[in-house]
Design a protein around this ligand. Structure first.
Ligand code: GLU
Length: 257
């Protein structure tokens, strides 16, 4: 199974911005094992800005663009260092792939991106993709990695996109506030009701909330790809997903054939 796995900032880091060792170690172990089993994992990873903020000792996430970009430049190194080290323990190599919205819109650049990712997969490497935050300014950025992961999943013909999040799926209402909230296991049609539900639910420290996840689901399902929102605090769920079990919320891709 060619599996794009998107990990959000709130899964990768603590509220302090420092790395969440338990989550990241367990993610790398599980993804390595899936690769050993013959799957083709591709990671879309956030966390660069948060890790940069922590490493630079800034009091909080900066608001201005140059500071955010500087933090991303510092944090991206830290992020890749961690992935390289942890995947290396299981004898897997990683590759850093940074893209901008321009690389996606421009068909020649998109083709180069796809060819590189296909070659990395062929070489047995695990691509780790993030937006190139140091050069993406607000006007031209993809903006959030949920959307980026969906575009990547469609572009490289993945079987599935898994969004590992700080919430284990889409609920009928906000589960933090409403005890009667129920997890929706399967969505066949993304309609106004789904958007209305998603509008009220935020996730904390990443860029995206539930709304960007639904937008990502639209991109995936339109492209014929299934997407799952699952709990990032237990990357073990990736085993269940690979086994075809029902986990989190599944958005069913529109198969044309
Ligand atoms: N590219 C950003 C980062 O690495 C994250 C964007 C997002 O969380 O959606 O910090």
């Amino acid at each position: 199974m060619r599996l794009v796995i998107k990990v959000g900032t709130s899964t990768l880091t603590h509220a302090s911005g420092r790395i969440d060792i338990r989550h990241v170690e367990s993610l790398c172990k599980t993804v390595s094992d899936l690769k050993n089993a013959g799957h083709e994992p591709i990671i879309v990873s956030s966390g660069a800005i948060a890790m940069g903020v922590a490493k630079l000792g800034l009091a909080s996430r900066p608001k201005d663009m140059p500071s955010k970009q500087a933090a991303a430049a510092v944090g991206q190194c830290e992020l890749m260092y961690r992935y390289d080290k942890l995947f290396g323990e299981y004898n897997h190599s990683v590759a850093q792939v940074l893209v901008t919205a321009e690389d996606i819109k421009n068909s020649a650049r998109q083709a180069h991106f796809q060819n590189t990712v296909f070659k990395l997969i062929e070489l047995g490497v695990i691509p780790v993709i993030n937006e190139n935050d140091t050069v993406s300014t607000a006007e031209i950025s993809v903006g959030d990695n949920d959307t980026l992961a969906a575009i990547v999943a469609v572009g490289i013909n993945a079987d599935m996109l898994v969004l590992l999040s700080d919430i284990d799926g889409l609920y009928t209402s906000d589960p933090h506030r409403d005890a009667a909230a129920e997890r929706i296991a399967r969505v066949d049609e993304i309609d106004d009701r789904i958007y209305a539900i998603a509008g009220g639910v935020g996730s904390s420290r990443g860029t995206g909330g539930m709304a960007t996840k639904i937008k990502a689901a639209e991109i995936c399902t339109r492209g014929g790809i299934d997407m799952i929102i699952a709990d990032g605090s237990s990357p073990d769920v990736l085993y269940n997903i690979a086994d075809g079990e029902s986990v989190g919320t599944l958005f069913v891709g529109k198969k044309t054939k």
